[in-house]
Design a protein around this ligand. Structure first.
Ligand code: NAP
Length: 285
């Protein structure tokens, strides 16, 4: 069996076209969604992430701004900037790029974002709502993963899903979204004893660890759907997933490449959530 390639770039392109239409409709009603991103310091990777988000937002007709603060900015100054954006009626959604410099508490900052503008879905109120199945902002990578799974031509209900990694931004929220779709979910982590045994039973595998070569073809059941979230640069700066892609694609039913799989969908879901934030505050369905 040769796997269907779940082409995140194409899925993202199609999805963004749909978002662009909705942005145009909103603009015709007098509302333009605006995404504001706070960046503190000069980390190269962070700068390219925020630039990519800004460019993607502008491409579909949104307004986007980067509030770039100096590396030495105090926590109080970051919070003041955040409060300004919280209160600014022209701003629909706010992201704070992490990591933050050590003098600024990430937790304190994330908890200070207005939950109604929290398009990353990291505010404790939004995390709590996700876990009690209330409508809320869901973190963007897990949302993107679910959209990719929609293209895998399979019914999630009743299937065994195994998630590698239990972070708050990927592993745990995606497990919740799969549970909402009635999958039977197992989460593996660094202390898991028999990883292979769990993986071999899985019909859906989502790997979010950051260890190239972790998932081999011997771990994967014939026909399984494999989503690789791993994103680790090698010595030449080339991004590597967790899954041995060339081998695993020979037996999986569907698989995401790295790059070009989950990555483009994460940014797409930032745009999606910004659109939702604008619609919510304008009372538009
Ligand atoms: P993280 O916070 O470092 O979490 C990694 C998880 O992997 C932890 O739960 C850890 O277990 C687990 N783990 C470590 N070694 C393991 C092993 N040998 N077997 C099973 N589990 C193991 O990472 P993250 O933020 O979730 O990101 C994970 C990967 O996804 C990274 O490569 C990141 O770059 C990538 N990522 C990609 C996107 C995208 O848009 N493409 C977005 C977000 C993240 P413990 O909890 O026991 O330590």
């Amino acid at each position: 069996m040769v796997a269907k390639i779940l082409d995140g770039k194409q899925i993202a392109k199609d999805y963004r076209a749909g978002l662009q239409e909705q942005v145009e409709t909103l603009k015709s009603q007098g509302y333009t969604p605006k995404l504001s991103v706070i960046l503190v310091g000069n980390d190269g990777a962070s700068q390219s992430y925020v630039n990519a988000k800004k460019k993607a937002a502008e491409k579909i007709g949104m307004i986007s701004e980067i509030v770039h603060l100096d590396e030495s900015t105090s926590e109080e100054e970051v919070l003041n900037e955040l409060n300004r954006l919280n209160e600014d009626d022209s701003v629909s959604g706010i992201l704070v790029q992490v990591p933050l410099p050590e003098q600024v508490s990430e937790q304190k900052v994330l908890e200070s974002i207005n939950p109604d503008k929290d398009v990353d879905g990291f505010h404790p109120i939004n995390i709590g709502k996700l876990y009690i199945d209330e409508q809320t902002f869901v973190p963007c990578t897990p949302l993107g993963i679910m959209e990719i799974l929609n293209h895998a031509d399979m019914d999630i209900e009743g299937k065994d899903a195994v998630i590698l990694g239990r972070s708050h931004i990927v592993g745990q929220p995606v497990s919740k979204l799969l549970l909402q779709k009635n999958a039977s979910v197992t989460i593996l982590h660094s202390k898991t004893k028999d990883m292979h045994q769990h993986l071999k039973n899985a019909y859906i595998i989502v790997s979010a660890v950051g260890r190239p070569g972790l998932v081999t073809k011997d771990d994967v059941k014939e026909g399984a759907v494999v989503v690789d979230v791993g994103n680790t640069p090698d010595e030449n700066g080339k991004l590597k997933g967790d899954v041995e892609y060339e081998d695993v694609k020979e037996i999986a039913g569907a698989i995401t490449p790295v790059p070009g799989g989950v990555g483009p969908m994460t940014i797409t879901m930032v745009l999606n959530n910004t659109l939702i934030a604008e619609k919510m505050r304008r009372g538009i369905k």
